[in-house]
Design a protein. Structure first.
Length: 199
């Protein structure tokens, strides 16, 4: 039976991979938040028996994460910095990487209220647009009716003008004919009168 030896570089790689979960690498400038509906304390060092340096951090308090370590009981602790610049340790399980719902609720409510207000303005603008469109259609309909009425009046006016012109021609022709007849009658009367004067 042949025994194979593992090359040294593979042995080192396997050792590093095995120790990787045990090693806690520091992560800088990441934010952490006190989790929902609790109040926590910051301690001077990792461990529940260590001196409290800040008490009463409530849910949603922003903290800057510095690094993470295990205490003697293998509990995970995070070194964090407050907004006032105080460094202290808190149990990692009491911290969140995202703001808790209670902390972001006021901002979500503000955004919701702004959206509702914008929607109301859009509805009012839309209603005004609909009113303007309806008024425009009403005015257009009235314009069409007035245009039709004006066309009818124009046609009647043209008809009356043509009728007046025809009547004027008829009266003029009648008067002319009457004048011609009257002149013949008067001429006939004049001839008779002269003939009777000679006798």
């Amino acid at each position: 039976m042949k025994i194979y030896s593992v090359p040294r570089h593979l042995q080192r790689l396997m050792l590093v991979l095995a120790l990787l979960p045990v090693l806690s690498l520091p992560v800088y400038a990441a934010d952490r938040y006190v989790s929902d509906v609790i109040v926590i304390a910051l301690r001077k060092a990792p461990g529940s028996q260590q001196e409290i340096i800040v008490n009463g951090l409530s849910s949603g308090t922003p903290l800057t994460f510095v690094r993470e370590e295990l205490d003697n009981n293998r509990n995970s602790w995070s070194l964090v910095r407050t907004e006032e610049g105080i460094l202290g340790w808190a149990r990692t399980q009491q911290l969140l990487s995202e703001p808790p719902a209670a902390a972001i609720l006021p901002e979500l409510q503000r955004q919701y209220d702004a959206t509702v207000q914008e929607l109301d303005q859009l509805r009012q603008t839309s209603a005004r647009s609909i009113d303007i469109e309806e008024e425009n259609q009403r005015l257009n309909k009235n314009y069409q009716l007035l245009q039709t009425h004006a066309d009818v009046l124009q046609a009647e006016n043209d008809h009356l003008k043509n009728s007046d012109r025809f009547n004027q021609w008829m009266y003029g022709g009648g008067l002319l004919l009457l004048g011609v007849i009257l002149s013949f009658v008067l001429q006939g009367l004049g001839k008779r009168k002269r003939q009777s004067d000679w006798r």
